[in-house]
Design a protein around this ligand. Structure first.
Ligand code: ADP
Ligand code: ADP
Ligand code: ZN
Ligand code: ZN
Length: 886
């Protein structure tokens, strides 16, 4: 009976078997900050996202009408027997960052919506007809205008009705007294709030127009309708006419018109006409071309370079107009793209690349138009909001806009709090890092003021410098204190220590994990001797012991001088060859701009193409020490559901060979292709083409994937599954965990050795056939590293790795460091962008950028071995390093 008693204070789960989970019962407090931790693969995400979030979302869907439900994405029901105490859940994941270039900081935080309304309601505009600045006036100003008119004689105030008719709302005698004026003020305010347009009439002549917004007080012209669609380039009303809201246009480029200047017009100097010496065409689309040349004392056969400059310019000018007209009139895509060959993409001149309609750009608020406001950094945006408040102060529209301004302010404050002051609203989503995107979405949630929600977050500390992390934790606490439940999957020590409750998952990964090792109030879990995490929190185990002998770099160096991309201010970067270098700096200081976006392409050009690289820097030296550059990102591997750890490392080919050599396979003449789920002629399931899942198209909904009903997700046809090797079918073999496969194939080095590198990078818990698309960013990155470990070459590679400790538990970080040091020991150079102080302390060399983010960053603060950095007075990472090295 007690089975079904609901405790309003707790979230209770029973019989959780999602993925690797084997949880009998787990009870979590409602409210407060709870951190779920544990080694990678132990089941943290399976619990937090795939069970708690999925179930909360599913329950929420159930509460909606079928009509609404159909429009929302579906989640599959988690494998769990009983859940109670869940309220609406919101997931703030890192992986779901939008790739839509139209999505940007403004739209993600919903600040853009508010700004649009604000501009629509209160922006100032020049009247098209008479040039008077039209500002939404306040009641006091309107009343003053009315009193002024009445001082000269009796007036009437009439309101315009929707049907165009007029209604008298007030009559004032000449020189009214103060009381009468007060009453008049109330009438004016009431009418304006009802958005009625008022006209002051003397006899039948309009003297003045009063309106809450967009009517010119001098001439009465309606400037435009106050629609907020106007202020977004994504709506037809608000997009630039000239570029259709793209921000760029195609214009004929003179440089593309002239081919070889030594040729003449007839022999092909102009690419548009080509060589006409053998052509039968005698007339030129530019009809006056021959005459123009003759007048200049030249001919169709004069080499282009010998023509007088003004004649050349004139011909090119005419030709430009000619091609642009043809381009405009072309009705097929083929013709258009032919003319486009002579054109180059240019920023649109009308909107300056802002994509906004000219009319929208003419509207200003506190001196700036919408595009200018969108380009401000968040810290400047805050100042501007202050200026808007000052401009509107006392105006009756101040009240109308107060709520909007408060909402913008609230979101801006959160962005500042999480260290994103350097972003601008127009920064597009695809250029944001995962951590930045997550913090933006967090700011939106905090700004929304919802209560009673269960928030589930995925490592929000990623990408945060130790300094900003404290602020993020403050934000999570505030979200919890506002009456929400905040559930965070996290490895960061500070976050754990700040949590009310801890859930430690483990003890191992995959089938060796899936249990709750310890759960309860933070202090209790820290005291619990069975939890692996708590030993670190009690400082009985240290995370990363710096290598006893730090490598001393020799005098080989990779040098990049004068780097200036984005916020970089002429950074001179020196990377010692053959050691592990860690690049540190607060978020937005310029680490990726320097390493991923400048150094990487420069070295790649020099090494792979053997060309002198050009780019936003002065010079690159020392590339001769490098034979190959490899960036190991967290991007997912392959887009199809046909890549698995076994195929990625090539061991699947070996496994298939073994299957093809079994007696039964030989008897049936099954080749290795028969055991592939990628080969059409093979033994894969026809229904799902070896994917194990089939997509079903649903009306009004995104397609959904379900397990293939024909092979039951096994990917193979029944006859292939009749063959076994070492007691397992090919499908069962793919279901093995890496660790199990290593034991099973210990005597087959071609299979066991590559798989050992997977254990080495801490991925021994993956299944051979697990879709690589289901791996987290950190897991995908380590899978890529394992393939690098398999290389037989003798070093010379420059590895660039962005935040590899993402998703890693304390003990996993040690594993990762060992792998990277291994790569260095083989003669490679490893450069890592990393915030983890533990990690920085264990590297050979540190390059520290700063001091702040955005405009406040972009400088090289210090470079050298960790001990040296720890004592540097200007480095933000120094105090943390000093503590770590102590
Ligand atoms: P953590 O979040 O602790 O790193 P996960 O919850 O992501 O761990 O994974 C726990 C286990 O479940 C791992 O063995 C992982 O390979 C497996 N797993 C995760 N997602 C899926 C999935 N979509 N399908 C099958 N197995 C999965
Ligand atoms: P970090 O890697 O240290 O977090 P970044 O190199 O990503 O810093 O960013 C440094 C600065 O350059 C920031 O002010 C950031 O907003 C800006 N920035 C980065 N990418 C772009 C971009 N694609 N367009 C404009 N500004 C950018
Ligand atoms: Zn434009
Ligand atoms: Zn199938």
């Amino acid at each position: 009976m007690s089975e079904h008693v609901r405790d309003p204070e707790r979230i209770v789960l029973r019989g959780v078997r999602q993925h690797n989970l084997r949880i009998g019962e787990l009870s979590l407090p409602r409210g407060g900050l709870t951190v779920v931790t544990g080694v990678s693969g132990s089941g943290k995400s399976s619990l937090a996202f795939d069970t708690i979030y999925a179930e909360g979302y599913r329950q929420y869907l159930d509460s909606l009408s079928a009509h609404v439900r159909r429009r929302l994405p579906k989640v599959s029901k988690p494998t769990v027997d009983w859940v109670s105490g869940l309220s609406p859940t919101v997931a703030i994941e890192q992986r779901t960052i939008s790739r839509n270039p139209r999505s940007n900081v403004g739209t993600i935080t919903e600040i853009s919506d508010r700004l649009r309304l604000l501009f629509a309601r209160t922006g100032r505009h020049d009247c098209r007809k008479c040039g008077t600045e039209v500002a939404p006036l306040d009641t006091a100003a309107h009343l003053a205008a009315l009193a002024e008119a009445a001082a000269e004689g009796p007036v009437r105030l009439v309101a315009t009705e929707p049907d165009g008719g007029e209604t008298e709302v007030l009559r004032l005698e000449a020189a009214p007294d103060a009381d009468t004026l007060d009453d008049a003020g109330l009438v004016v305010e009431r009418e304006l709030r009802a958005e009625r347009r008022l006209t002051v009439l003397r006899d039948r002549t309009p003297v003045r127009h009063l309106a809450a917004g967009w009517v010119c007080p001098s001439c009465g012209t309606e400037v435009h309708a106050t629609s907020s669609d106007w202020f977004t380039p994504n709506s037809p009303a608000g997009m630039c006419d000239d570029c259709q809201g793209l921000g760029y246009t195609y214009r004929v480029d003179a440089a593309l018109l002239v081919g070889d200047a030594r040729e003449s017009v007839r022999s092909g100097a102009l690419t548009f006409y080509g060589d006409r010496r053998r052509s039968k065409k005698t007339w030129w689309p530019q009809r006056d071309l021959p005459d123009l040349l003759t007048e200049a004392g030249a001919s169709l056969d004069t080499p282009w370079e010998d023509l007088p400059a003004e004649v050349g310019d004139r011909i090119l000018g005419d030709l430009t107009e000619h091609i642009e007209r043809l381009f405009k009139d072309a009705d097929s895509l083929e013709r258009k793209s032919f003319y486009q060959g002579f054109m180059a993409k240019r920023q649109c001149g009308s909107c300056g690349g802002t994509r906004h309609a000219a009319e929208a750009l003419a509207v200003r608020l506190a001196g700036r138009n919408i595009a200018e406001v969108n380009g401000l950094s968040i810290s400047r945006l805050r100042d501007w909001v202050g200026e808007v408040r000052a401009e509107l102060a006392g105006n009756f529209l101040a009240e109308l806009s107060a709520e909007l301004l408060d909402q913008v302010d609230a979101r801006v404050e959160f962005l500042l709090e999480v260290g994103l002051h350097y972003l601008s609203l127009d920064r597009s989503a695809p250029t944001l890092s995962a951590g930045e995107g997550q913090r933006l979405r967090l700011a939106r949630q905090l700004g929304s003021g919802l209560v009673g929600v269960v928030y589930v977050l995925d490592e929000p500390s990623i990408g945060l410098h130790a300094r900003d992390n404290g602020r993020l934790i403050g934000m999570l606490r505030r979200l919890a204190e506002a009456g929400n439940t905040v559930l965070v999957v996290e490895h960061d020590r500070e976050t754990m220590e700040a949590a009310d409750h801890l859930v430690d998952m483990g003890p191992g990964a995959g089938t060796r994990g899936g249990l709750v090792v310890a759960a309860g109030p933070t202090a209790e879990v820290i005291a619990d001797r069975t939890s692996a995490t708590s030993a670190y929190l009690r400082n009985e185990r240290t995370v990363v012991s710096p290598r006893p002998e730090r490598r001393r770099p020799d005098d080989r160096r990779l040098e990049l001088t004068g780097a200036r991309l984005n916020n970089l201010r002429g950074v001179d970067l020196t990377i010692p060859i053959g050691v592990l270098t860690c690049v540190t700096g607060v978020s937005g200081s310029g680490k990726s701009s320097l390493i991923t976006r400048t150094l990487q392409p420069a070295v790649d050009t020099a090494v792979r193409w053997r060309r002198t690289p050009v780019g936003p820097f002065d010079r690159l030296r020392g590339a001769e020490h490098i034979r190959r550059v490899t960036t190991v990102t967290q991007d997912s591997i392959g887009g199809s559901s046909r890549s698995t750890p076994a195929t990625y490392l090539g061991v699947f080919d070996e496994i298939r060979k073994l299957f093809a050599r079994t007696d039964e396979a030989v008897r049936r003449r099954y080749s290795t292709a028969m055991f592939s789920f990628n080969t059409e002629a093979g033994g894969r399931c026809d229904r799902c083409a070896g994917k194990g899942v089939v997509r079903i198209e649903m009306l009004f909904l995104a397609d959904a994937s379900v397990r293939c009903p024909s092979c039951d997700g096994l990917r193979y046809s029944a006859r292939v599954l009749e063959i076994t090797h070492r007691g397992r079918t090919i499908a069962e073999t793919l279901a093995l965990e890496v660790g199990e496969a290593i034991e099973l194939y210990a005597d087959v080095p071609a299979i066991a050795s590559p798989l050992r590198t997977l254990s080495q990078v801490g991925l021994g818990y993956l299944r051979l056939g697990q879709d690589t698309g289901t791996l987290s960013g950190g897991e995908a990155q380590r899978l890529k590293l394992s393939r690098e470990l398999l290389r037989r070459d003798e070093g010379g590679t420059l590895y660039l790795i962005d935040e590899p400790t993402t998703g890693l538990h304390f003990s996993d970080v040690q594993v990762l460091l060992d792998v990277l040091h291994d790569l260095v020991d083989r003669g490679n150079t490893v450069v890592v962008i990393e915030h983890s102080v533990e990690f920085a302390a264990a590297s050979d060399w540190i390059v520290d950028l700063g001091p702040g983010g955005g405009e406040d960053g972009g400088r090289l603060i210090a470079a050298g071995p960790p001990e040296l950095l720890a004592t540097h007075p200007d480095s933000a990472v120094a105090p943390y390093l000093a503590r770590q090295l102590a």
